[in-house]
Design a protein around this ligand. Structure first.
Ligand code: SAM
Length: 332
């Protein structure tokens, strides 16, 4: 009898543990179909069904969950989204964080749910960066906002003439720096053609193309003079390299950076205090793909850098609970 009761209690606890997931799901669906925006425009469930051919019962149950959660308010036939949901989950809002939920539901969850079959079949998936380049760029930009102060502080101390960003993505760090610094040439290199094209377009739009240059190349083979750069950045790049290849990457970086130069590395660190849960989940995602690699551990990263002649100067927290850090190194 007691065993039965304990079993029921355990089941109840696991049910309750999953309940906090409901708001994330409701927000994700609302963002993906831009339902908060559509409802704010005066639509009703009936009008959305008519206009977009949506399945009515699914839409109603999504809306009911929204009302229960306070994401939506019922006024007659109309459902009014809260100001917060409109601000953060309308596709056109400048403040939207919807891509973060898209990353969670469409990249991370499917990978985690495939674990049983991947473990059994000894086969990992392959991450298709092109499908999710916009999503990854949007979520990286959130980290960029938090990390930029640390990067700017390093640059202001160094007063560099030449700055290199390896794996620059769409060039966010470099363009922000070019605006803030009154000297220097800012160079980005990325292996993704789409990213480089978008970065170049943005630089033209912002009239920064004389100070910021982007190159489509693989850093391992890119032909550029050694010792040219006063600052070299590698932001969120290390998980594209296997742990065995990271030593060579640091050696390449140490060649590129000038004598008294600085190397900046922004990265999530595996199982760092405060961010253990997040980094364990993020690392599980990396491990699920044959073309991504485990997150670096701090000691191994510092060791790889030291073997290449780079000495750790500082470690600054970017997002503690996310295990994200900004590390800087100087040439020994
Ligand atoms: C996660 S994104 C980070 C973008 C940006 N640094 C940021 O932190 O927002 C990593 C980038 O590294 C690029 N990358 C990966 N391997 C590379 C290589 N060998 N050479 C140049 N870029 C590379 C990828 O194409 C991708 O755009």
């Amino acid at each position: 009898m007691i065993a039965e009761y304990r079993k029921m209690w355990e089941a109840r606890n696991w049910m309750k543990r999953n309940e906090p997931f409901l708001p994330t799901w409701q927000a994700y669906v609302g963002y993906r179909l831009d339902l908060f925006e559509k409802l704010a425009g005066g639509a009703t469930i009936e009008s959305l069904v008519q206009e977009y051919g949506y399945e009515e019962n699914l839409l109603r149950s999504w809306a009911d969950a929204g009302v229960v959660l306070g994401h939506l308010k019922k006024e007659g036939d109309r459902l009014i989204p809260s100001k917060k949901m409109l601000k953060f989950f309308s596709q056109k809002s400048d403040d939207t964080v919807g891509e973060l939920l898209k990353e969670l539901f469409e990249m991370h969850m499917p990978a985690l749910m495939n674990y049983p079959s991947m473990i059994e079949s000894n086969q990992k998936g392959t991450f298709n960066g092109d499908d999710f380049s916009k999503t990854v760029a949007a979520t990286s930009a959130l980290i960029e906002k938090r990390a930029f102060g640390h990067v700017l502080a390093e640059m202001s101390a160094q007063k560099p003439h030449w700055v290199l960003d390896i794996g620059c993505g769409t060039g966010g760090y470099l363009m922000k720096l070019a605006k803030k610094m009154n000297q220097g040439t800012f160079v980005g290199v990325d292996i993704s053609k789409d990213c480089v094209e978008e970065a170049r377009e943005k630089a033209m739009e912002k009239q920064l193309d004389d100070k910021v240059k982007f190159y489509y190349a693989d850093i391992n083979t890119w032909d550029v003079p050694n010792g040219l750069f006063d600052v070299v950045m590698m932001n969120n790049l290390l998980h594209y390299y296997s742990p065995d290849a990271r030593g060579d990457l640091f050696t390449r970086v140490a060649e590129l950076v000038s004598k008294r130069g600085t190397v900046i590395v922004i990265t999530p660190l595996y199982l760092e205090k405060g961010g253990q849960r997040f980094s364990a989940a993020f690392n599980s995602f990396m491990e699920a793909h044959d073309n991504l690699h485990p997150l670096p551990q701090k000691e191994a990263l510092v060791q790889d850098a030291a073997s290449a002649g780079l000495k750790l100067k500082s470690v600054k927290t970017v997002v503690r609970e996310g295990s994200w850090y900004c590390m800087s190194f100087s040439k020994k």
